[in-house]
Design a protein around this ligand. Structure first.
Ligand code: NDP
Length: 285
C-alpha cells in the first residue's frame, strides 16, 4: 500500500486547481473577514467587494473600518457592514458571528485573518502576554469557527485560516506568535479530517504566508532582518480568496514556501493513522 499511497499523495499535492477560479464564484456569497481594517484583511475585503460579495468586516478601529466599508460599497459589494471590538474578548468573537448571521441571513465563508500586533523579541517569561496572544490569534479563531459551523454546514461553506511560515517552521524571536500559528495548524488540520469523517461538507484552507508588504509586518521585520523582499498584499489577498473558493487544504504565498515546507513524512504518517481509526465504531458511540 505504500507506493500507491505515496503516488496518490503526490498527485493530490501537484494537481493544478487555481486556473478554475472565477470571480463570479463570489457573487452574492456571504463572507466574514476578520482583521480587515488594514493590511491583508483590508485587501481581501476589497477583492470580495469587487466580486459582488456580501461582507461583514471586523477589527478594533472603528474609524478605519468605516472607511473600508465605504470603499467596499464603492467597489461593488452586495452589502457591507462592520462590527468593531477586540478578539481578546471571546464573547465579542462569538457575537460577531451571531450579528453577521442577522445582517447577512447566513454565511458562506469565514476568513480568519486578524493577529495581535507583535514585534520580534526574546521570550521574556511573560505568560500573561502569551495567554493574550493565544486568545487573540488562536482561541478567538476557534470561538468564531464553533459559532459559524451550523451556518457553514447549511451552505457547504468554507473556513479560511491565515497562518504563516512561522506556523510550519520555527523562527527565533517569534516564539509566542509562532506557537499561536502552530496551534492553528494542529487544530484546523485535525478538524478538517473530523468533518470529513462526519461527512460534513465544510472546507478548511490553511494559508501559509511568507513576508508580505503590510505596514506592520515590514516595520517589525526591518528592525531585525535584512535582505527580505516582501510580496504584494493585494496579490496575497487574492490567492487567499482563491484557495478558499477552490476548497484547497493549504495554500502557500509567495509560491516558494510550498515546496520548501512540504512535509511528505507528516502526510504519510497522518494517512496511516487515519487508516487505523475505526470510523464506523466511533460514529456509533
Ligand atoms: P496587520 O497588522 O496589517 O493587520 C492586523 C489586523 O488585525 C488589523 O486589521 C488589526 O486592526 C486587527 N487586530 C489587531 N489586534 C486585534 C484585536 N485585538 N482584535 C481584533 N482585531 C485585531 O496584519 P497583516 O495584514 O500583516 O497580517 C494578516 C495575517 O497574515 C495575520 O494572520 C498574519 O499572521 C498573517 N501573516 C502576515 C505576514 C506578513 O508579512 N504581513 C506574514 C505571515 C503571515 P485593529 O488594529 O484596528 O484592531
Amino acid at each position: 500500500t505504500f507506493l500507491p499511497a505515496l503516488g496518490l499523495l503526490l498527485a493530490y499535492y501537484f494537481y493544478p486547481t487555481t486556473d478554475n477560479f472565477r470571480s463570479e464564484m463570489l457573487q452574492g456569497k456571504r463572507v466574514i473577514v476578520t482583521g480587515a481594517s488594514t493590511g491583508i484583511g483590508e485587501q481581501i475585503a476589497y477583492h470580495l467587494a469587487r466580486m459582488g460579495a456580501h461582507l461583514v468586516v471586523t477589527a478594533r478601529t472603528e474609524a478605519k473600518l468605516k472607511k473600508v466599508i465605504a470603499e467596499c460599497l464603492k467597489l461593488g459589494a452586495a452589502s457591507a457592514h462592520f462590527i468593531s471590538g477586540t478578539m481578546e474578548d471571546l464573547v465579542f468573537a462569538e457575537q460577531v458571528v451571531i450579528k453577521a448571521e442577522k445582517l447577512m441571513g447566513g454565511l458562506d465563508m469565514l476568513i480568519l485573518n486578524h493577529i495581535e500586533h507583535s514585534s520580534l523579541d526574546y521570550f521574556n517569561g511573560d505568560i500573561a502576554r502569551l495567554r493574550k496572544s493565544m486568545d487573540i490569534n488562536f482561541f478567538s479563531y476557534i470561538t468564531m469557527t464553533s459559532a459559524a459551523l451550523p451556518m457553514l454546514k447549511h451552505t457547504n461553506g468554507s473556513i479560511v485560516v491565515v497562518s504563516s511560515v512561522a506556523g510550519k517552521i520555527t523562527i527565533p524571536l517569534l516564539a509566542g506568535y509562532s506557537a499561536t500559528k502552530f496551534a492553528l495548524d494542529g487544530f484546523y488540520s485535525s478538524l478538517r479530517v473530523e468533518l470529513q469523517m462526519m461527512k460534513v461538507n465544510i472546507s478548511i484552507t490553511l494559508c501559509i504566508l511568507g513576508l508580505i508588504d503590510t505596514d506592520n509586518a515590514v516595520k517589525a521585520i526591518s528592525e531585525v532582518m535584512e535582505n527580505l523582499i516582501p510580496a504584494p498584499k493585494e496579490e496575497c489577498a487574492l490567492k487567499i480568496i482563491e484557495g478558499g473558493v477552490l476548497r484547497q487544504e493549504e495554500i502557500a504565498y509567495p509560491f516558494f514556501p510550498k515546496f520548501l515546507l512540504w512535509n511528505p513524512i507528516r502526510m504519510i504518517m497522518e494517512y496511516f493513522y487515519f487508516l487505523n481509526i475505526k470510523i464506523d465504531k466511533f460514529n456509533r458511540k
